[in-house]
Design a protein around this ligand. Structure first.
Ligand SMILES: NC(=O)c1ccc[n+]([C@@H]2O[C@H](COP(=O)([O-])OP(=O)(O)OC[C@H]3O[C@@H](n4cnc5c(N)ncnc54)[C@H](OP(=O)(O)O)[C@@H]3O)[C@@H](O)[C@H]2O)c1
Length: 371
């Protein structure tokens, strides 16, 4: 599966972690509308914001995790034309987590503009036209031949996000717009199972396949670090466009795997203990093992994606982004994962299914034995 297809996959959520770094807001008591709010990042944003004294309202259809954070006010509606519940209400800011189609993003921006002075739009690093060279916020974004397309798929996701950003900018202008472009969002509650695959796999124990070289760089953003940045951007009215992910070179796939093994031993104590076998990128390609989907989080630094893990985070760091240690993200993700219903734990939506992993390890041993 292509990386961009994978950005679209989604399902349920369990309890989000507490906003451990939260402290009293200054000034306290903002009213914040969240378009969405109940899948993955919404509950983290809400918990962090509430711990800082803010009041949240979720606007959604009431389908996704309807029971999460019941104490948060709900307005039921649909971005696709059923926005009536928002009319005439006032908030200090809106956080748009669920915008994918520029026409619909424009609808909500135009409706809210008279009563809500700040629009924060959650976009994606998938907006960038390519990853052959390192991107920063001024790099060119992908474009669609037909900008009226509304079908969101692996090809259109990034360019539609870029057009959606522009829809907000057109309505709110630079004095009222914040655009957040996260990389891979990870941590407790992740509905995509990508990062979760590694601690979950280590917790099953035994030999497992690890991709490429341990020093291959990766970039992620813990949903709680993302949430803290977003809420503080609302408090401080930080406008502009920000990539949100760990800085290039901070984390490697080796660290993800090593931390997963140590968290698994500490928290799940599987028998036999987990042990990674590193398999080079070329052999994985021969065996049709795909980066990112079969081997989540990891993309080899070659060809068109040579700079996939080199996206600049400098602007967000300058604006106060804090990145927690990977060990903490891994351990918290594993603890959350182990508390999920067994059906979710046994049917991860990312990573190598057990039978393919067995075949891969056998093929690798066979090749190694053949010299
Ligand atoms: N996961 C990643 O690695 C990653 C990376 C980069 C960027 N992003 C971006 O981060 C955001 C992820 O957000 P999330 O899903 O975790 O956010 P969330 O705010 O936790 O949940 C999404 C919400 O949108 C609501 N929603 C969906 N369709 C709707 C509609 N037509 N009208 C009204 N509400 C609707 C859902 O509720 P109902 O279904 O009940 O309506 C749900 O509450 C997305 O914008 C995504 O593109 C994600």
């Amino acid at each position: 599966m292509h990386r961009r297809d994978f950005l679209l996959s989604s399902i349920g959520l369990a309890a989000a972690g507490a906003a451990g770094l939260a402290r009293a807001a200054d000034p306290p008591g903002l009213r914040i509308l969240v378009l969405g709010g109940t899948r993955f990042i919404g509950p983290h944003i809400a918990e962090y914001a509430r711990a800082r004294g803010h009041t949240l309202t979720f606007f959604n259809r009431g389908r996704t995790n309807p029971g999460v954070l019941p104490e948060v006010e709900r307005i039921q509606g649909d971005r696709n034309g059923e926005l009536g519940g928002l009319a005439g209400r006032r908030w200090d800011a809106v956080i748009d987590n669920s915008g994918y189609v520029p026409r619909l993003v424009r609808l909500s921006a135009e409706l809210l503009r008279p009563n809500v002075p700040h629009y924060l739009f959650v976009s994606s690093v998938s907006v960038y036209a390519g990853f052959a060279r390192p991107n920063d916020e001024d790099s060119p974004v992908g474009r669609l031949a037909d900008e009226s397309v509304e079908k969101v798929d692996g090809e259109t996701f990034g360019p539609l996000k870029a057009l959606s950003e522009n829809a907000v900018r057109a309505v709110y202008g630079p004095a009222g717009t914040t655009v957040i472009r996260p990389g891979l969002i990870v941590g407790p509650g992740d509905n995509t199972d990508r990062f979760t695959y590694w601690p979950a796999r280590a917790a099953r124990g035994g030999e497992f396949a690890a991709p490429g070289g341990a020093s291959d760089p990766v970039q992620v953003i813990d949903a709680r670090d993302l949430s803290a940045f977003i809420v503080r951007a609302v408090e401080q009215r930080t406008m502009g466009t920000f990539n949100l992910l760990s800085p290039p070179g901070r984390f490697t796939i080796g660290e993800v795997v090593t931390e997963s093994v140590s968290a698994a031993v500490r928290i799940a104590d599987p028998s036999p203990p987990p042990r990674a076998t590193w398999i080079p990128a070329e052999f994985l390609a021969q065996q049709k093992i795909a980066p990112w989907s079969d081997m989540p989080v990891w993309v080899p630094a070659t060809g068109d994606e040579a700079a996939f893990a080199q996206t600049s985070a400098a602007r967000a760091l300058q604006a106060g982004l804090s990145i927690r240690p990977l060990s903490e993200t891994v351990a918290d993700t594993l603890s959350w994962h182990l508390g999920r219903p067994v059906t979710e734990r046994q049917a991860l939506k990312a990573g190598l299914p057990p039978e393919r992993e067995v075949a891969l390890l056998e093929a690798w041993r066979g090749r190694a034995a053949a010299g």
